[in-house]
Design a protein around this ligand. Structure first.
Ligand code: ACO
Length: 353
């Protein structure tokens, strides 16, 4: 992976776009060499939500594509789910406690604001000789963590990096708000990054943030702006708030736009891709993005019907589904793409090995 970064776009100091500088290409790249996931056992179908909310199975399926989601049991947290995903990944790749060098955890629902969830996962699994940290970029979190983790492999600083996307969204969703309660679920996924064979692995990325959208998707209280008080809790400000229509429109245009920029730089067409692995927020967003790109809809990975929006966990859950379904073969080109709170936007091109 290329290490240098070039700031692009933005007038008058308003720099918001970041692309790798391919003029200083580092021949070493990172490849995804393993993937594992964990979701809680409890399945909550739309009909169960319709018992307490003014909603229906039909509305949720038609407007979002979601049929059910997983909800954590009491005692389950982002770190317990993330640790289980990492444990499964390490077992699948036969890795011992000294074999992981770095742990990057993408989440917006850390067990606590600090210490970092990465530390809790390290302790739970008894990992030795590892360092790590959490990364907050909402639904783009896993993608940004993947890019971050890949730099440690590309630079030669580390051999094995584990990237986790985990969110217990049920901890921050207002159970009385039908506009958000039906959308989200809990889950975790983890991938292993190691040095790629020449020509394979993570080839390129296009990432961008646009903070002007901060108020369209956020949790108002509990941070330094508005520390939690009995007043903020009574006003339900410790729950996620979303301006759904605005986020929907932004996501449709930006997901397709981000992928188009990435493809353009490599003189590729959407039909050259074996799969696009998108953030799972709404099936209508996925269909609209596929149509804009001219990508056959069946190549747009979708697990939203089973899991809903699990924020940082959606990309590894969708990747795991594609890999287990045998839909990727060596040499295939794959694009990951996400849009999330912030706004955060990103896409990443991978040659599968
Ligand atoms: N059941 C029944 N009716 C509902 C429900 C529900 N669960 N939720 C909303 N409605 C109603 C609304 O109140 C509204 O009624 P009104 O017309 O009487 O005012 C009507 O349905 C239509 O509401 P809209 O908000 O226009 O519905 P829309 O078709 O936009 O769907 C949704 C809403 C699903 C939230 C959609 O806007 C969406 O998917 N937004 C994007 C979500 C997203 O991408 N999030 C980004 C990532 S999340 C992250 O980063 C943490």
């Amino acid at each position: 992976m290329t290490v240098g970064l070039r700031m692009v776009g933005g007038m008058g100091g308003n720099i918001t776009s970041c692309m790798p500088d391919t003029s200083r290409a580092n021949p070493r790249r990172a490849a995804i060499t393993g993937v594992a996931t964990y979701v809680p056992d409890r399945v909550v179908a739309n009909a169960e939500l319709a018992r307490t909310l003014d909603t229906s199975d039909e509305w949720i399926i038609t407007r979002t594509g979601i049929r059910e989601r997983r909800i954590g049991a009491p005692g389950e947290t982002t770190s317990t789910m993330g640790a289980e995903a990492v444990r499964r990944l390490m077992a699948a790749r036969n890795l011992g406690p000294r074999d992981v060098d770095v742990l990057v955890v993408a989440t917006v629902t850390p067990d606590m604001l600090f210490p970092a969830t990465a530390c809790l996962i390290q302790d739970r699994l008894g990992l030795e000789n590892v360092w790590g940290f959490d990364l907050s970029a909402a639904c783009s979190g896993f993608l940004y963590a993947l890019t971050t983790g890949a730099q440690f492999v590309a630079s030669g600083a580390h051999r094995r990096v584990v990237v986790v996307g985990a969110d217990l969204m049920s901890a921050i969703i207002d159970p009385l708000d039908r506009t958000t309660a039906v959308l989200f679920g809990d889950g975790a996924g983890a991938v292993l990054l190691e040095e790629a064979e020449p020509g394979y692995g993570i080839l390129d990325f296009v990432h961008r943030v646009d903070g002007s959208g901060a108020s369209d998707l956020m949790m108002p209280a509990g941070g330094s702006l508005k520390p939690a008080t009995t007043g903020t809790v009574a006003a339900r400000e410790h729950y996620l708030k979303q301006n759904g229509r605005t986020v929907f429109k932004f996501a449709v245009s930006q997901m397709a736009g981000s992928v188009e920029r990435l493809l353009e730089r490599h003189a590729l067409r959407a039909t050259d891709l074996a799969a696009v692995i998108p953030h799972q927020a709404n099936q209508r967003i996925l269909d609209a993005t596929a149509d804009r790109l001219g990508l056959p809809r069946e190549r747009m990975a979708s697990v939203i019907a089973r899991f809903g929006n699990t924020t940082a966990a959606t990309l590894p859950l969708a990747l795991d589904d594609v890999v287990r379904g045998g839909k990727l073969k060596r040499g295939d080109l794959v694009v990951f793409v996400a849009v999330g709170a912030g706004f955060t936007i990103g896409s990443t091109l991978v040659r599968w090995s």
